[in-house]
Write a protein that binds this ligand. Sequence first.
Ligand code: CU
Length: 250
Amino acid sequence: MRFSVSAALVAALASSQVVYAALPSPPTTGTPEDTTGALGDAQVITDNPVGVTYIAEFEPTEKSTIKGYLKFAATSNGTGVTVEVSLEDLPQEKGPFPYHVHVMPVPEDGNLTETLLHLDPYIRGSAIASDPAHPERAEVGDLSGKHGKISNETTTWSTKYVDYYISTKEGIGAFFGNRSIIIHDSSNGRLAGANLKEVSTTNTTSSNTTSTNATTVASATASATETAGAALVGLSTSALVFSGLAYLFM
Ligand SMILES: [Cu+2]
């Protein structure tokens, strides 16, 4: 078991050595107020394609009662992404619930561990909590760190906000459309996961009328285009290296 993990890590390191040898490490000391990514603050994305919606739909599983969805669409001028959250049947005793964009989709067998780490193109890491007053310094995928956890005061929860750092633009590090959303319990265990699916709309004149009745729903694993695929490979390889290192030093 340990051997195979190490062997996989050596293989991953060997194949990615040239590209990733110089990757900095995420910070492990500091305070939420002064910690940012090893590659700096996240950039505001101003050219998100308007008129494309992504949805992560949660259905009950053996481990989770949670139902509902997170819906993402670029704002009408393409700066930032509107996030709409609507959840029910929350297991109150397990909350409040952090939630994030994770790098990989949930595999067929539902193993949430395989979604790996948070979407983190600026290498911020999660060793130090995010400061909600400085969302640009958080991991791009740390939605609850930037916008607050899912409340456990009642069994339902909904909210709507704009996040300026995640992106619907394929091919850049902040693109989240081929990944997954993971909801955690209060001790950060992985409770529920759902893959992001693209819902294209025929209406390109107004993002306010994006609808779910139109057209294409592509699976998270199949929706990566060539460029997004390249970005995904890069990110997931570095995530593999980090998680591999975590195994080694555990
Ligand atoms: Cu997470």
